[in-house]
Ligand binder design. Structure first.
Ligand code: RM4
Ligand code: MN
Length: 388
């Protein structure tokens, strides 16, 4: 087993970014079930994220989604976050909810719509300048539904052109993170469907463009840790959008559907020594809590990432390497499984106590009275939701 003191020190330095949209009302295309106490403003989403950080100690930033989190003054929004002990993190661009984007955004056949989409992305960089955010995260709903609907190669040209304009506008310490997703909302072609397509675009753009792996965006059975290893090797793993899927882009709590997969992914990250913030991998959640209470679900998700990370760090790398060199197939697998089968909850509870936190953040949240406070206080106004 890896050394417990080293494991604890790596875990205390871990940073997990929370998505502002996890705190708003969400649902499926069939129904959004509203919950009481949901934030009405970006500031209230930040308040909720700050609660999660206060209880877990490892979630000091909150990703925003523009225009869902549109604010009059982003410098003020960043100051508001700082006062609550968190920072505004990744800026996510939403170019998929305007009528003009029916046939796509940056790859739309109409140059006027393309220009509008590029403008929206450039505005996101203005937001980054005002908030001090480092990363612009791009996910495009672009694609087609029918063979012949649009030119597949032509769409790639338009995409590349738009990305180049946006990349040029980035400040020297800012990055562009390009996410891929297999399908949906387009079902025949998707313009960035896989890590290969994303990587090809990033390589053409330059060093500060990197791929985002959203764990929910793969076909069943895809070996995500292999993709992670490849991107780490190429120096182009920009970050993760963590969530769980049983079918497709379910956006369920990370580590809920397949904790073993999450462990395998975190092992590749740990083995490449890429857990350290200096390695530049953004560990973000991208989740929606439709039927479960949102804040405890986000706390649970942070804990799930920590548990998978702790197990990954516990792998006895020297013993594993020795077994691999000796061709000891079963021995190597046993080293790996020993770490996975370790109950790391006491270790993490101890770590939290070392950090001056309650060992059980979910219980601490339920005791805190915060849920009652927001339920009583957040009446009137429009609860945040998709499209608002
Ligand atoms: C997409 C993708 C993006 C997220 C949106 C809301 O499927 O995962 O990361 O910003 O959903
Ligand atoms: Mn995502």
């Amino acid at each position: 087993m890896g050394d417990v003191t080293d494991v604890k020190s790596a875990l205390s330095g871990q940073r997990i970014e929370l998505p502002s949209w996890a705190f708003g009302n969400t649902g499926t295309r069939f129904k959004v079930f509203a919950q009481p106490g949901v934030p009405r403003t970006p500031q209230e989403k930040i308040d909720d994220a700050a609660q999660v950080h206060a209880l877990t100690g490892v979630a000091p930033s909150v990703a925003v989604h523009i225009p869902w989190d549109k604010a009059g003054d982003y410098t003020e929004l960043a100051a508001y976050a700082r006062e609550r002990g968190v920072a505004v993190g990744t800026v996510n661009a939403n170019v998929f909810q305007d009528d003009d984007y029916m046939l796509g955004s940056v790859a739309n056949p109409d140059p006027v719509v393309r220009a509008k989409a590029v403008e929206a992305l450039l505005e996101c960089i203005d937001v980054m300048d005002a908030t001090g955010s480092q990363d612009l995260k791009l996910w495009f709903a672009d694609g087609t539904n029918y063979p012949g609907q649009d030119d597949i190669a032509g769409r790639q040209e338009r995409l590349a052109e738009a990305l180049a304009v946006v990349y040029e506008r980035l400040g020297p310490s800012q990055r562009m993170l390009l996410e891929y997703k297999l399908f949906e909302p387009s079902f025949y072609t998707t313009d960035v469907p896989d890590w290969g397509t994303s990587l090809v675009h990033c390589l053409a753009l330059g060093q500060r463009a990197a791929v985002v792996v959203d764990t929910g965006h793969h076909a069943p059975g895809v070996n995500i840790e292999f993709i992670v290893a490849m991107l780490l090797r190429a120096g182009r793993l920009g970050g993760f959008d963590f969530n769980s899927r049983f079918y497709a882009d379910d956006d369920l709590m990370v580590g809920a559907a397949d904790p073993f997969q999450l462990f395998r992914i975190m092992y590749e990250v740990a083995a490449a020594d890429a857990l350290r913030p200096a390695a530049g991998i953004a560990f973000m959640l991208d989740q929606c809590h439709n039927i479960e209470p949102k804040i405890p679900a986000v706390i649970r998700s942070v804990m799930n990432v920590q548990e998978a990370t702790a197990k990954a760090l516990l792998v006895d790398r020297a013993a594993l390497a020795a077994a691999q060199r000796a061709g000891d197939v079963l021995g190597a697998n046993a080293v790996f499984m020993d770490a996975y089968n370790t109950d790391v909850r006491p270790l993490l509870a101890g770590l939290r106590e070392d950090m001056g936190l309650d060992p059980d953040p979910v219980a601490a949240y339920h005791r805190s009275g915060y849920a009652e406070k927001i339920t009583a206080g957040r009446v009137g106004g429009t609860p945040a939701s998709w499209g608002s």
